[in-house]
Design a protein around this ligand. Structure first.
Ligand code: NDP
Length: 327
């Protein structure tokens, strides 16, 4: 039994990602085998495909931190053949072969049932990026930010997490300000629901410990000076959710926003989030994400095309979400 898969190798010939035909002996250990319908491309998949950061810790390995498909074989009590499932994270696509393939073998503990209301393709249009955007929105809510609190800043707005965050927040009635390096995409961002679009250059250079109070809440996908400036310009009692590092992993800030304005910095991790949190986020996505908006931000590619897009997503050249049709 053979299947098509992206395969990352690292040896004397260098680091490379290619499309290969594999047989079942290449599948890793696991108690559930899944026929993959769709996967997707996230920032971390770009890091894995290009090798720009050492996210892949085992070779050879199939990248892809997300997949949606149908169980063909299961020894896990929660899943049986024919079940439609979704996987996000858990180190899959990093230390365990992942979703950019027609077949995957996984631990059932990592899987959730395909959320009611979504097709496998829609679940992958959302993917880790969209599920993380939902985690950010839920964190804002948990810390008391409401639509009446004031403007919400979304950074990295043209990317995957940013695009889904805008659509979610706008549908929930928040006034969203989208920060982007691609002002030519302002119409796209407004169509998703942004009330205002700002140049990310306003936030990306070193700034002061405190600035004019502007944001009731922030969804930050870029880190570094942008996150520091977002904290510095968050209103008294506001909430900043930090999930990304597209500008950098550093955080050149001061304690001023936290001790003088009571700002909350909420860290967001999707990879190791427990099942209950994942299921809650997916249920909220089914309720609060407009699927017309989801389609607007999504394009579909094949497995081979995903390789070249790895470098593009890291360069901030991919708009919204990319679904990978693996078949
Ligand atoms: P995308 O590449 O789709 O989006 C990132 C966006 O950030 C780009 O589109 C661009 O938006 C902006 N950007 C890129 N480079 C820079 C830069 N140098 N300075 C400022 N802005 C920049 O990635 P994803 O949406 O998939 O992921 C976004 C981030 O969130 C990544 O860092 C990723 O690792 C992280 N992430 C974290 C998760 C977690 O569990 N914590 C889960 C999922 C993602 P624009 O052109 O509009 O400015």
């Amino acid at each position: 039994m053979t299947y098509q898969a992206l395969q990352i190798q690292k040896d004397d010939a260098g680091y490379r990602c290619t499309l290969q035909t594999l047989d079942d002996s290449a599948l890793p250990e696991g108690d559930v085998t899944v026929q993959v319908d769709y996967s997707t491309l996230n920032y971390k998949d770009g890091l894995a495909i290009t090798g720009k950061s050492p996210v892949v810790r085992k070779f050879p390995l199939t990248p892809g931190i997300d997949l949606a498909g149908t169980v063909t074989d299961s020894q896990h009590p929660l899943f049986k053949a024919g079940d439609q499932v979704v996987l996000n994270g858990w180190g899959v696509g990093e230390s365990h072969s992942g979703g950019l393939a027609q077949k995957a073998r996984l631990k059932g503990d990592w899987l959730v049932k395909l959320p009611t209301g979504f097709t496998p393709r829609q679940a992958m249009a959302i993917g880790t990026a969209g599920y993380t955007a939902m985690l950010c929105v839920m964190a804002l809510e948990k810390h008391g930010v409401t639509a009446a609190s004031g403007d919400i800043l979304v950074t990295g707005a043209g990317g995957g997490v940013g695009s889904v965050a805008i659509a979610l927040l706008a549908k929930l009635g928040y006034r969203v300000v989208a920060s982007t390096g691609r002002l030519q995409e302002a119409d796209y961002l407004r169509q998703l629901g942004a009330a205002d679009v700002m140049d990310r250059a306003e936030l990306s250079a070193p700034g002061k410990p405190l600035a004019k109070e502007r944001w009731a809440g922030v969804v930050d996908t870029v880190g570094s000076h942008t996150l520091a400036n977002a904290c510095a310009s968050t209103k008294y009692g506001g909430v900043v959710t930090a999930c990304g590092l597209a500008q950098g992993m550093d955080f050149p800030s001061s304690v001023a926003p936290f001790i003088l304005r009571g700002v909350t910095l909420a860290g967001i991790d999707s990879v190791m989030a427990p099942r209950a949190v994942r299921e809650a986020a997916w249920a909220r996505l089914a309720q609060d994400l407009d699927t017309v908006q989801l389609e607007r931000m999504t394009r579909e590619v094949g497995l081979a095309e995903a390789i070249g897009l790895g470098a593009e997503i890291l360069a901030g050249q991919v708009r919204g979400r990319v679904v990978v049709n693996v078949n």
